[in-house]
Design a protein around this ligand. Structure first.
Ligand SMILES: [Zn+2]
Length: 373
């Protein structure tokens, strides 16, 4: 039920097929983020037509509202949302460390204040596994300690070592839940270690010593460090990652980050930027960013991105999209979100084709040069 077949590679870039209980994911792949059980503003059919094969759900948000017991009693996240394809859930750790009021962190777990109603809650590796099992995602993420971006070596080491200890607890509770409930779900560990190459290596070695995983995630990047630093960390890790397992770079998903990540051996990405930017009228195109509100677009009859095959670009003009934003019509936000999501999915699809047919490296260089020109 959990298989990864590496089909082709060029340098570090890879093309593969990931088989999960709810379907097949061709990699490299961009995963849209369905924070509250919906990718903001979009219908599941629109996501499917944009080519999404797997989406992400946020454990923290779904735990607060509607609560995992509600989701479970309504048939799990797939039945609840009617999304039929694979779902990956995060562990809740990122939101606890970034969004919630962090009250106490110790070996047991994290005490935090809900950003919804101010209630005090405890999240531990075991609780995270229980919530994700109730949600019924295909892939669950281990509960990790995420230190602030660019933490000192000492602080990053402490968080990395705790993450390894928490991984053992996540692994053990996850195995119990699979045995007890029969949930079809796999668990992926998260490489931490901040911007410190030696800690990243130690984190990966610790992970590989603690299990035979069906996939491995890299967390704690794109949290404020310069892009060359993220790329250096990926380059340092790549030769040591198992070739026959998918690699997921968490929370990274701007167009140029996708290309740079794929070139450094990453298979899966997620990021809220596609829909967040879409709601603000900021569209990615092959020639860089377009501000849809801009008065330049008022009489523009052409598509948002002439090279794009999405439902927005094949039907609506720039002038119409601008009008929708000027009058604050919700359709505008939805249409630009659809475009941005399709834009990222298509980058991954095109990269995959190039890796298989040969010529990824040249294509990636041309793509980046045009995007940044
Ligand atoms: Zn488009």
């Amino acid at each position: 039920m959990y298989q990864f077949e590496l089909e082709a590679s060029e340098g570090a870039a890879r093309a593969g097929t990931l088989t999960l209980p709810h379907g097949i994911v061709k990699t490299p792949c961009f995963m849209p983020v369905g924070t509250h059980g919906a990718v903001r503003g979009l219908h599941p059919d629109e996501l499917e037509r944009a080519g999404a094969t797997i989406i992400l759900g946020n454990t923290y948000h779904l735990h607060l509202r509607p609560g995992e017991d509600v989701v479970r009693s309504l048939g799990g996240l797939h039945r609840f949302t009617t999304w039929r394809r694979p779902i990956l859930t995060d562990s809740g750790g990122f939101q606890v460390f970034s969004l919630a009021g962090l009250r106490r962190l110790d070996e047991e777990g994290v005490v935090f204040t809900s950003h919804i109603d101010g209630s005090t809650r405890l999240l531990t590796p075991e609780r995270s596994m229980e919530i994700q099992a109730a949600l019924g995602s295909d892939v669950t993420m281990a509960f990790d300690h995420l230190p602030p971006g660019q933490s000192s070596h000492e602080h990053a080491r402490e968080a990395m070592e705790r993450t390894l200890r928490w991984l053992e607890r996540s692994r053990d509770r996850h195995a119990e839940l699979v045995a007890e409930t029969g949930v079809a779900q796999t668990l992926w560990p998260i490489v931490q270690g901040g911007v410190h190459d030696d800690l990243r290596r130690a984190s990966l070695e610790g992970i590989l010593a603690r299990g035979d995983w069906t996939g491995i995630a890299v967390g704690g990047l794109s949290v404020g460090e310069p892009k060359p630093v993220m790329q250096r960390v990926l380059e340092g890790l790549e030769p040591h990652l198992p070739k026959d397992r998918p690699r997921y770079l968490m929370g990274v998903g701007f167009p140029d980050d996708l290309i740079a990540g794929i070139a450094r051996g990453v298979d899966l990405f997620d990021c809220v930027a596609a829909t967040r930017n879409g709601r603000h009228g900021s569209a990615w195109t092959a020639d860089g960013k377009v501000q849809v509100r801009g008065s330049r677009l008022k009489l523009d009859d052409g598509p948002l991105d002439p090279d794009c095959d999405c439902e927005t670009c094949t039907r609506f003009s720039r002038g119409y999209l601008r009008h929708l934003f000027v009058v604050e019509e919700q359709l505008g936000q939805r249409l630009v979100s659809i475009h941005n999501i399709r834009f990222l999915i298509r980058i991954a699809e095109q990269a995959r084709e190039r890796v298989i047919s040969g010529g990824f490296t040249g294509w990636a260089a041309e793509w980046l040069a045009r995007y940044h020109q």
